[in-house]
Write a protein that binds this ligand. Structure first.
Ligand SMILES: Nc1nc2c(ncn2[C@@H]2O[C@H](COP(=O)(O)OP(=O)(O)O)[C@@H](O)[C@H]2O)c(=O)[nH]1
Ligand SMILES: [Mg+2]
Length: 498
């Protein structure tokens, strides 16, 4: 398009705009004149309506443009909150030794006022030698912790300025392997004020990964190149540069040390004979000591809040995991108890061959207990709705349920001889087991009784006929029948159903 055409088009566009503006102005004037001509009461009504409209539009505009308030971050878990959760778990008989141990260790380190540094690295990079050089006072591991960190040893030392230091020797992935080591290594990093990663050359892929994982923990992190005696000064300079590139900004410093090993050399004696000497190399760790002094200057006290938060977050997670496990065990116990009662009720009151009927009173009581366990409020209506659904589901899957019950009986042939009601008894065990598990799963997932979720779980559970489950149901039935029956069988509800 030429310049002239463009000018012409712009001129036309401007003229059109002007014409539009003029038209709008004329219209506004006409409206104003008509407004003037209106009687006063109409002027007021219209004026107020227009004002209300303008205010509403402005309010909507402000609401749309207002910057959204950021979500308030979840407060970090407090020590007290975690302790009380652990106590509650303990009251249920759960094994909380590891959690309490961690909390105890948190306090112990807090009160010790020492600087805790965890030393990582692959086997044979010289971790132990480095720790010996840093803490020659520690003759043997001063590890007081039992249990989880058996593989991590702690060594007490003193920094040149007199401050005390504890070094944790964390085994490399070739020394202790697998997930257990990963957990153990990460937990020790969480418990520390600072972290040292030792290598003896370029980082291979696994080392680089571990270094970056340690950086995520967020503690001051030193990368130490040990065994510097093995390189010429030029090689050493190149190596350090390369390590700095590999580590990027995940480490606070890259340092070089020589921690030990033996040196061999020949020496001429006074009588002119040659002597072969082997002796332990004098460690050269000044750069590392200096870096640790600087970290210590920040002070164990200044680093302590970060350390505590790291341990507490980890404890918060571990406690949560145990809570979920304990609750699901408790749910299972509740469900088994009701399934047993349903078996007893079935034998007492249901004729063999009759329809399967859900024993409503029992099912309601089970739903209530599960709701209390999961701390979910359930209304009678919600329970009723669930039972109604369950009855419908059961109607369409009666033959499936009876077939599964029959198979369970085959797994325990002795039960079959107890009479024709047996298939029904096992069927009731299956029904209550399925309803209970469906409810528990729904309450755990949704924190409410979502009917669709519960129905889906129930259908899945009614059809789940693995050999383990069949055996368990048959055993449960047998136990239920063997129990002395001192309470009267539960009342069955009316057969007439909606
Ligand atoms: N040449 C040399 N050898 C070292 C140095 N540091 C440690 N070593 C040797 O390397 C081997 C492994 O050391 P060690 O401290 O047990 O390593 P760890 O497996 O990481 O604990 C030992 O034989 C040490 O004597 C060093 O700076 N130079
Ligand atoms: Mg070692």
């Amino acid at each position: 398009m030429t310049r002239r055409w463009r000018l012409l088009l712009s001129a036309v566009a401007i003229a059109a705009l002007l014409w539009l503006l003029l038209a709008a102005a004329e219209r506004a004037l006409a409206l104003a004149q008509r407004f003037e001509a209106l009687p006063a009461y109409l002027q007021w009504t219209l004026g107020l309506a227009l004002l209300a409209f303008a205010v509403a539009a402005a309010a909507i505009g402000v609401w749309l443009l207002k910057p959204r308030r950021r979500r308030v971050p979840v407060p970090p878990p407090s020590r007290e909150a975690i302790e009380s959760r652990i106590q509650q778990l303990q009251a249920t008989g759960a094994n909380t030794a590891q959690l309490s141990g961690e909390l105890g260790e948190l306090d112990r380190r807090h009160h010790s006022g020492r600087l805790y540094v965890a030393v990582y690295g692959e086997v044979s990079t010289g971790k132990s030698s480095l720790i010996n050089a840093l803490a020659p006072q520690a003759t043997r591991p001063t590890d007081a912790r039992a249990g989880t960190t058996r593989a991590v040893s702690h060594h007490d030392g003193i920094l040149p300025d007199g401050r005390s230091l504890t070094l944790a020797d964390v085994p490399g992935s070739q020394e202790v392997d697998g997930e257990a080591r990963q957990t153990l290594a990460r937990d020790e990093a969480l418990r520390s004020h600072a972290v040292i990663y030792v290598c003896a050359g370029d980082l291979n892929r696994r080392q680089a990964e571990e270094l970056h994982a340690l950086a995520e923990v967020g503690k001051p992190l030193l990368l130490v190149l040990n065994k510097t005696d093995q390189w010429t000064p030029d090689e050493l300079a190149a190596l350090i540069t390369h390590l700095r590139q590999q580590a990027g900004d995940s480490v606070d410093a890259v340092l070089a040390t020589c921690a030990g090993g033996e040196e061999h050399f020949r020496r001429e004696r006074a009588d002119g004979t040659i002597e072969h000497v082997r002796r332990a190399r004098t460690p050269q760790i000044a750069a590392l000591t200096q870096a640790l002094l600087e970290i210590a200057d920040t002070g164990a006290v200044a680093l302590e809040p970060g350390r505590e938060q790291a341990v507490l977050s980890q404890l918060h997670q571990a406690t949560g995991t145990l809570e979920v496990k304990v609750r699901s065990e408790q749910a299972e116990a509740i469900v088994s108890r009701y399934a047993r009662r349903a078996v007893v009720g079935a034998l007492a009151a249901i004729a063999p061959g009759s329809d399967l009927v859900i024993q409503g009173a029992l099912a309601t009581a089970m739903a209530r207990e599960l709701a209390t366990l999961y701390q979910v409020r359930l209304s009678d209506l919600e329970i009723e709705a669930f039972l109604k659904q369950a009855r419908l589901t059961l109607r369409t899957s009666t033959s499936l349920v009876l077939a599964i019950a029959g198979n369970a009986l085959k797994a325990f042939p002795g039960l079959g001889t107890l009479g024709g009601g047996m298939v029904h008894a096992v069927a009731y065990a299956l029904i209550f087991d399925s309803m209970g598990k469906a409810l528990a799963a729904t309450l755990a997932e949704r924190q409410q009784l979502d009917q669709d979720t519960a129905a889906a779980h129930l259908r899945a559970m009614l059809g789940a006929a693995g050999p383990g489950r069949l055996k368990r149901l048959a055993a449960l039935t047998r136990e239920a029948l063997a129990e002395p029956r001192d309470e009267p069988p539960p009342q069955l509800e009316d057969r007439r159903q909606p």
